[in-house]
Design a protein around this ligand. Structure first.
Ligand code: SF4
Length: 222
């Protein structure tokens, strides 16, 4: 009989490996620490942000402050409790000068996200903001157009529902988007209830689509 690894132990071991990573020189110089994902090891909902910022770097958490409070309030209202969610970022280290992570850094860190995804096997993947949603879809994704519109995606060996939403930090600067973020997150239970999506086999790709995002599309698992 083959024993399945304990997901909590496997995630903790993966986090230990991530903490020793020095793949991105500029981020290694800027960071205080590697910020690993956090949440329930049996979560069905994976929430993905872009990268830790200064405050998150100092605290060692993927998201903090008012943005986290807003996100948690809407998740709770939607019926998605802490026991059913895991929060992480595309890139686990602080980009310097408040810049976005580069395509090379996103691709380099994809191994760590893929590890988290493989261990969690989520049913729903929530992408916070257009940048993240574009990476997860493998093509540009203006969040104003894609938000709230789920699509099936391949997450490692498993299919899952990808749900792009506004980033809560961005919503704090644009109050008109706050109810949209709330409404989009409220769709999570419905997607969970649908179960895993069925995915048709991907057509062979001879050449990249002209609007493909360099780097983001390199996330093999997605
Ligand atoms: S961002 Fe990711 S790949 Fe780059 S150094 Fe940090 S943990 Fe390693």
């Amino acid at each position: 009989m083959v024993l399945e690894p304990d997901p909590a132990v496997a995630l903790a071991e993966a986090a230990d490996r991530m903490r020793g990573c020095e793949r991105c020189p500029e981020l290694v110089a800027a960071r205080t620490q590697v910020v690993c994902g956090t949440g329930a090891p049996t979560a069905r909902v994976l929430i993905v942000g872009d990268a830790p910022r200064s405050r998150e770097d100092a605290l060692g958490v993927p998201l903090s402050g008012r943005a986290l409070e807003l996100l948690e309030r809407f998740l709770l209202a939607a019926g998605c409790p802490p026991e059913d969610r895991f929060l992480t970022t595309l890139v686990k280290c602080l980009p310097p000068l408040a810049r976005d992570p580069s395509a090379t850094e996103v691709a380099g860190c994809s191994e760590h996200l893929e590890t988290e995804v493989a261990l969690l096997a989520p049913l729903v993947v929530v992408g916070l903001g257009g940048f993240v949603a574009g990476v997860l879809r493998g093509r540009p994704s203006p969040v104003r157009r894609s938000r709230g519109r789920e699509e099936p995606c391949l997450v490692g060996p498993h299919a899952a529902w990808l749900l792009p939403v506004f980033h809560p930090a961005a919503a704090l600067y644009d109050p008109a988007t706050v109810p949209l973020l709330e409404a989009d997150l409220a769709r999570i239970p419905e997607l969970l209830a649908r179960g895993r999506p069925e995915l048709a086999p991907e057509p062979a790709r001879d050449s990249p689509a002209p609007d493909a995002v360099p780097g983001p599309g390199q996330l093999d698992l997605f």
